[in-house]
Write a protein that binds this ligand. Sequence first.
Ligand code: ATP
Ligand code: MG
Length: 565
Amino acid sequence: MSEEAKSETGSDFIREIVSRDMETDKHSGTVRTRFPPEPNGYLHIGHAKSICLNFGIAAEANGECHLRYDDTNPSTEDVEYVDSIRNDVRWLGWDWGENEFYASDYFEQMYLYAVKLIKKGKAYVCTLSPEEFKEYRGIPTKPGKESPWRNRPIDENLDLFERMKKGEFQDGEYVLRAKIDMASPNIHMRDPAIYRIKHASHHRTLDKWCIYPMYDFAHCIEDSIERITHSICTLEFEVHRPLYDWILNELEVECHPQQIEFARLNLTYTVMSKRKLLELVKNQYVVGWDDPRLPTISGLRRRGYTPEAIREFCRRVGVTKFNSYTEIELLEYCVREDLNKHALRVMGVLDPLKIVIENYPDGKTEMLDAVNNPEDPSAGIRKVPFSRELYVDSDDFMENPPKKFFRLTPGNEVRLRYAYFIKCHKIIKDMKTGKVIELRCTYDPDTLGGQAPDGRKVKGTIHWVSAKHCLDVEARMYDRLLTQERLDEVDENKDFKDYLNPKSMQVIRCKVEPSLAETKAGAHYQFERKGYFFVDPVDSKPGTPVFNQTVSLKDAWAKIQKKGS
Ligand code: ATP
Ligand code: MG
C-alpha cells in the first residue's frame, strides 16, 4: 500500500504498532500518548501533525493523550507560550481533560533518579570545561576520550552533585554525566551530560532550582512517570533512542514506554522551526506570532484557516519514516474544501472600477435577491442593493481583449451576478495617465435574474457592488512567506531571511456589499470569484471590518497532482 493510500484508510505504521500492542495486551490494553511541547514559542502546523497523531491515536483506542509541557530550560520559556499552546491545542479540537502536566513538577523525582545513577556508579560529576567536553567526545567515526573525572569516587560525586544543587558553583563549572561508553559509535551514548548548572529563574519553580536536567534525561523519565505507552517523536530522536532506553533500564523503572519515531512535517515556501519563527517575530519581520503569513497555529487561525481543514490536512499527509516536503498547496486545498461548505458568499470588489448605467434611473435602488451559499440551501438569501452607479473589478474589463475573454469589453454583453445584462459603450480615461477610470454602460431591464426573454446568451457573469451603498474596507492580501520552495536547497551561506517574500502582504482598500457592516470578527466569507476572506479578530471594529485573505479560489493542488501522476 502506498503511504498516501494508507493514510486514506486511516492506518499507518504507528497505528499498526499500537493496535498490535492492544491485541497482545502489551500494556494491559491501554493506550496513553502525550504531546510534549517545550513552551519556548508558539505552535506551528508541524506541531499540529504531532498533535493530531498523538491525540488521534489515543482517541481511536479509547485511551488518553496528555498535554505535557516539557519545561526543562528556564531561559527560553515563558507563560505566554504555555497559554498559547493550551489555547491552540484546544482550538484544534482536542481535549486532554485533567491530564495537563509539567516536566518541572518532576524535578524532585528527576534529582533523586540522578542520585540513584550516581550511587549505582552510572553517573559522575565532570569538571571538564565545555570546550574540553566537546573535544573529548570525539566524532562519530573516531572513539572519544574518557574524562579524567570519569572514575571519581561515588561519595565525591554525591557531594559535588548536592553542592551543584545548593548553588555553590557557577554555570558550566560542573556537569553530571551518565557513565556509558566513550567508544560508542553513537555519539549520544558517549557519557552524555544529564544535569547542568543554570542560575536562571523558572516560570513555574521560580528560584528553587539552579540545576536543570538535560532533555534526554528528563524526557524518558517524564514518559515513565506518566505511564505513557507509546512515546511518539520525530525522526531526529531515533539516534537518541538507545539513551532513552539505557536511562530507563538503569533506573529500573516500572513503566518503560516505547519510543517510536516518525518524519516531521516540512511545508514548502515557509519556515518550520520555532527558532526561525521567533527571529521573525522578535525582529518584527512580521506583526507577531499570529501574523497570518506564518505557519503558526495562531497565524493560520487569524488567516481564516479552520481546525477542520488543518486536521484533514494532517490526515492526508499521513505518517511515514521518510523526511520530505509537503506542498503548501495541499493545505490550501483542504482549507478551500472546508470553507466551500460553510462560508457565506458575498460580493466584494478588490480593485474597483466605476461603471455608470446610463439608462438606469438616477436615485432608484432595487433590493435584489442573492444566494448566501449554493452549497447549503439552509443558508438562505439576502438582499443586495442595485443602483445606477456600480463598481466592478478592474480585471473584469479589457479594452482590447484576447479571444477567450468573455467578461466586460466594449460592445460585449455580460451578466451582473443576481442582476441584469449590461453592455459597455464608452470608456472614460484619465487624461494624463491613459488609465481607464470609468465605463459607461446600458442595461436591459428585461434580464433581471440573469435570463433574457428572447433567449440570447451571455458567456460572462461578473460581480459588482453599488457605489452609493457599498462599504469601503481594508483587505490584506497574502502571498507565500518565502520566495524559495525548499529551504534545504538553499545556499548554506545564505540566511533564510534573504528569501522572505517582499510581497507576502499587500494592504488594499476594496468595496464590499453593505450587509458586511454588520459582520462580526471571526466570520468567514467567500468573495464570489475572488477567494475566501476572514474578518480579522484583532483589527476589526464594529461597522468597520478588516478582511484577511484566507485563500484564493484557484486550486493549485489539482495541477500539482496532475503533474505528478
Ligand atoms: P521546532 O523544531 O519547530 O523548534 P521542537 O521540536 O523544538 O520544534 P517541541 O516543542 O519540542 O518543538 O515539539 C513538541 C512536539 O512536536 C515534539 O514531539 C516534536 O517532535 C513535535 N514536532 C515539532 N516539529 C514538528 C514537525 N515539523 N512535524 C511533526 N512534529 C513536530
Ligand atoms: Mg524540541
